[in-house]
Ligand binder design. Structure first.
Ligand code: B12
Ligand code: SF4
Length: 419
């Protein structure tokens, strides 16, 4: 079949990531024998015209649309990014091809996003097996049951199947990134999927499942080597928690060191299960920056968030990375259940005491479906039980609603003046 794949960037946040997820599904679809074109649109401005042109040239039989983001998680002035995908959909409808949705954002809201965008089908979770299976089903004129993980309007979804090992899933062609970026672009790579840690606000288990599924370190380093041979040196591990499980993280670093690739990479680290050996291996393997999402500097709030670490862990781990010359980008998430003015002040002072290289302070927690915080928000009467949460809703401890945004704004302006 002729398949058009669209990944439409929305310019949210500080960086526009390359479309790794879409590229993985494209690789699997090509491997299944289909003719695929990936249209990775770097900005909203040029989207409409380029989609129209490509539809005219390719005459696709199916269009896949990758929905990475729903909103920017910003309580102060939320941007509803799905509105841009609705414009993309309008242009897709100039073709008679059915439109299939997928992607991280879509996977959190498989029914409501399908309805909002008016697409024909959706795939929840990883698409490498499900999307080619869906194409075969469409080719068979939808005879028999729909394949796993498929959402159709007004029908019950089919159950999901997770690949047990990521080695079975094909990887994107490295040269693809020369069409969508350049050799200086930080290339996203992923060695694991899934997170079992159950932070009360997190949507990752809905997107990727709870068990951690991996690529074997040898296969992963072969991928890095191929990327390096194409001229790429800078990478971003998109794994939710690079250090979980720690034995795997160490093995990965040892293999990267042995391959002598001369890389520079960033990773997201959970501030627990980090020891000096891991930090040393990460530094030797080329890690130059870690994101440390400790979210709070107050022990009761950390417990409320279901974090498995305490403030002492964060202090020790932040110091280990500093001593190894790895930059530390910290994150605070204020306004959780149980947060008070005192715990906010404690968190801000705690974060300042870490002398991080950068700190992002977020006020209010984006409420995702099927999470403990969504249930708390319903119990507290903050949201209605039938709110599908597609349009962003935020949890902010009721007593802090007026004070906290102003307090953080005041802190930001103080910091700007002192810089
Ligand atoms: C790493 C990451 C980042 C990094 C990206 C670094 C980089 N260079 O790539 C950084 C820190 C920069 C970042 C920024 C942001 N992020 Co982010 N990020 C992630 C994270 C942890 C992983 C994404 C990833 O690369 N996954 C790996 C690929 C392989 O998986 P995938 O994209 O999901 O694709 C698979 C499936 O979804 C599916 N699929 C994908 N496309 C398609 C299409 C079809 C047709 C089909 C059938 C299937 C399919 O198959 C793929 C392969 O299995 C996710 C959380 C998560 N666990 O998913 C959040 C996540 C995507 N981010 C999110 C958000 C909000 C943001 C920001 C807006 C935050 C901000 N305000 O700055 C920005 C947006 C940047 C932008 N313009 O897009 C949200 C999106 C949900 C929402 N509310 O919109 C997520 C889901 C986190 C969350 N809160 O739950 N992010
Ligand atoms: S550690 Fe990160 S990915 Fe895992 S549940 Fe917590 S917030 Fe989500």
């Amino acid at each position: 079949m002729r398949v058009l794949f669209i990944s439409a960037a929305d310019e949210a946040g500080a960086m526009t990531p390359l479309p790794l997820g879409a590229a993985c599904v494209v690789a699997a679809t090509e491997k299944a024998g289909h003719e695929v074109q990936l249209l990775a649109l770097p900005s909203k401005a040029e989207s409409e015209g380029r989609i129209r042109e490509t539809i005219e040239q390719l005459r696709p039989e199916v269009i896949g649309v990758s929905v990475r983001n729903i909103d920017d998680q910003n309580m102060n002035s939320p941007q509803f990014l799905l509105a841009h995908i609705k414009n993309v959909m309008t242009v897709c409808r100039t073709s008679p091809a059915p439109v299939v949705l997928g992607g991280a954002g879509y996977s959190i809201f498989p029914e409501s996003a399908l309805a909002y965008l008016g697409a024909d089908m959706g795939v929840q979770g990883e698409g490498e097996v499900a999307f080619p299976a869906l194409l075969s089903w469409i080719e068979r004129r939808k005879q028999g049951p729909a394949p796993p993980a498929v959402y159709l309007p007004a029908k019950l979804p089919t159950p999901r199947v997770f690949a047990a090992s990521l080695d079975a899933l094909p990887l994107p062609e490295p040269l693809l990134w020369l069409q969508t970026g350049d050799a200086a672009t930080r290339i996203p790579v992923q060695s694991r999927r899934g997170c079992p840690l159950d932070c009360i606000y997190c949507s990752t288990s809905i997107i990727e499942g709870r068990p951690v599924r991996r690529r074997s370190p040898a296969a992963f380093v072969r991928w890095l080597t191929e990327l390096r041979q194409c001229g790429f040196c800078d990478f971003y591990f998109v794994d939710n928690t690079f250090n979980v499980p720690p034995a795997y993280a160490k093995e990965l670093c040892r293999k990267i060191i042995a391959a002598e690739l001369g890389l520079d990479w960033w990773a997201i680290v959970y501030p627990k299960w980090v020891d000096p050996e891991l930090v040393e291996l990460m530094a030797k393997a080329g890690c130059t920056q870690v994101s440390l999402g400790f979210e709070s500097g107050s022990e009761p709030v950390l417990q409320q968030l279901n974090k498995r670490f305490d403030c002492a862990d964060v202090t020790t781990i932040a110091a280990m990375f500093r001593d190894a010359g790895i930059k530390r980008h910290g994150f605070l998430l204020l306004g959780a259940p149980g947060e008070t003015r005192d715990s906010v002040e404690e968190s801000l002072a705690f974060a300042d005491g870490l002398c991080l290289d950068a700190l992002k302070v977020t006020v209010g927690l984006r409420i995702y479906p099927q999470t403990p915080i969504a249930r708390m928000a319903v119990a507290e009467g903050l949201i209605s039980p039938d709110d599908d949460l597609l349009f962003p809703r935020f949890y902010l401890a009721p007593a802090l609603r007026d004070w906290l945004p102003a307090r953080v704004a005041e802190r930001d302006s103080q910091q700007q003046t002192s810089e």
